[in-house]
Design a protein around this ligand. Structure first.
Ligand code: UD1
Ligand code: MG
Length: 511
């Protein structure tokens, strides 16, 4: 067995990407779950490189911060002036004199590259003992790209940039993908001799091939089976096209793995998302970041999940969720907003126009309508009445509300935290709960109702309301209403039912 080659990965990420017209460095633009440079680093991952060097320059501080967070094993090397791809590799190798073996160079703006393709390129390069091997592709439109120029025998002669090419060379549709494997020693030899004698006055890495060929060194071309892998990103139109291609690739993979995508063209799944067999994703749905959708769960239509875990058999309909957990068989939406640390246990429900933040909703508990649940713990099998607010913020600090199990809270409650409602307790509709409600108690906290009889007939005489009231009263009493005789003083009293604000039937009836 020959010694395995030591490998070093060099990613070129110093360019400004002028055509992006962006304050964000080009390689940091996001594409379905990773940045452009993140995709490239991921493609190089299976090489098991001893070192990964990333050449940074434009927006170097931002790129360094990003690398520290996402690829801490990579070393950023600074290219102060962007004098060309050859110059960038020269800087990298000068900063790492210990590098020997295979040097794999990847442009930082080729995000659709597959790991398998990089491995094939490097394996071919190493097994052939080549001095340099370039990844090439046959493309329908080579405009703007470096052309692979071969001699009469079909051997690589040189790589020529679009702007330096002759009309014959421009007709070539075989292009340089910007991904290469080099023998470190032979690369070092020629890097120091690169000229800037070209249309851009830059040191072109691609010139290394011409120089090695004329020195009689063996160079190779590895053709990518799928040319879309080699597409670069130079402006936002290209970025959008890459996003569609990657979407289709990701979606196809999930469908083949047993996930139903009802409308793949409007389904956008980050490469970092995981889906189980028999998950169903309906149209206009974005699944982002570390989101996971369990088996048999139905997500969509019109759902965005960011870093959200949806358990098996759960449903999420027309909703937005960030950093949330939806338990097995739970139901969310339509029109729910789950915020970080919303944790919905098994078979729980968060219904229509409900917002939940930093709260646990216990097994089988329901928050069906028009409610804000913030900083709360709700036990099992409880029901929260419609239009309630968990009042968690005193203007300075946040406080928690705790609702027990099998509780029934009335519609239109305010839970002014910190406050507790015990197991099996009820609260009356329209209550502002500022004190704990013991287990099994009914908490009532609202003003008494008073009815001023005949008020409309007197104060709004002649209106449709007054006429309707008159008809109703006549019908009820079988006699004309005595509107003129009612005075406000006489009419002010409460009915027996409303005195004391005691809860009646329907107080908690918003299940
Ligand atoms: C390059 C190739 C071209 C190939 C194409 C594939 C050269 C001379 N040309 O052209 O043959 O078809 O990629 O996409 O290499 N960079 C630096 N420092 C620099 C210059 C560039 O780090 O001084 C980085 C850029 O950030 C980018 C990568 O190198 O990630 C490629 O540079 P770019 O300017 O996009 O080269 P192309 O014109 O696309
Ligand atoms: Mg480019």
């Amino acid at each position: 067995m020959p010694e395995p080659h030591t490998r070093t990965v060099v990613v070129l990420a110093a360019g400004e990407g002028k055509r992006m017209k962006s304050s964000l460095p080009k390689v940091l633009h996001p594409l379905l779950g990773r940045t452009l440079v993140g995709h490239v680093l991921n493609a190089a991952d299976p090489l098991d490189a001893a070192r990964t060097l990333v050449v940074v320059g434009h927006g170097a501080d931002q790129v360094r911060v990003h690398l520290a967070g996402t690829a801490p094993a990579a070393t950023a090397l600074h290219q102060a002036e962007q004098l060309g791809t050859g110059h960038a590799v020269r800087i990298a190798l000068e900063a790492a004199p210990e590098v020997t073996g295979t040097v794999v160079v990847l442009n930082g703006d080729v995000p659709l590259l597959r790991p398998e393709t990089v491995v094939e390129l490097v394996t071919a390069h190493e097994s052939e003992g080549a001095a340099a091997t370039v990844l090439a592709a046959e493309v329908p439109d080579p405009t703007g790209l470096g052309r692979i120029v071969r001699d009469a025998a079909g051997r690589l002669e040189q790589i020529v940039e679009q702007r330096d090419a002759t009309p014959d060379q421009l007709a070539v549709r075989e292009i340089n993908a910007g991904i290469y494997a080099f023998d470190a020693a032979r690369l070092r030899d020629v890097l120091g001799k690169l000229s800037t004698d070209n249309d851009q006055g830059e040191e072109y890495l691609t010139d290394v091939f011409k120089m090695l060929v004329s020195a009689g060194e063996p160079v190779g071309v590895h053709l990518a089976a799928d040319h879309t892998e080699t597409l670069g990103c130079n402006d936002r139109v290209e970025l959008a096209a890459l996003r569609r291609l990657l979407r289709d690739r990701v979606n196809e993979r999930w469908m083949r793995a047993g996930v139903s995508l009802l409308d793949p063209e409007t389904t956008w799944i980050d490469v970092t998302v995981a889906l189980d067999r028999d998950a169903v994703v309906d149209q206009n749905t974005q699944l982002c970041g570390g989101s996971v959708v369990g088996s048999g769960a139905v997500v969509g239509p019109d759902v965005t999940l960011i870093d959200t875990v949806v358990g098996p058999g759960a449903t999420v309909l027309r909703s937005h969720a960030v950093g949330a957990e939806v338990g097995p068989g739970a139901s969310v939406g339509p029109y729910a907003y789950l915020r970080p640390d919303a944790r919905l246990a098994e078979r729980s429900k968060v219904g229509t126009f409900v917002e939940v933040k930093n709260s646990e909703i216990g097994v089988g508990s329901k928050v069906p309508h028009l409610t804000y649940v913030g900083d709360a713990t709700i036990g099992e099998q409880s029901n929260i009445g419609a239009a309630s607010v968990f009042v968690n913020y005193d203007g300075v600090r946040k406080h928690r509300t705790v609702i027990g199990s099998h509780a029934r809270t009335g519609a239109d409650n305010m839970f002014v935290a910190p406050v507790r409602v015990g197991d099996g307790a009820y609260t009356a509709a329209g209550s502002v709960i500022i004190e704990d409600v013991p287990s099994g108690a009914m908490g009532v906290a609202r003003a008494r109702q008073r009815n001023i009889d005949g008020w409309v007939l007197k104060r709004r005489a002649g209106t449709a309301a007054a006429e309707a009231a008159e008809r109703a009263l006549r019908g009820a009493q079988g006699a004309p209403a005595a509107a003129s005789s009612a005075s406000e003083g006489e009419a002010i009293h409460g009915t027996a039912e409303s005195v004391g604000g005691a809860p009646g039937a329907g107080d908690t009836a918003t299940e």
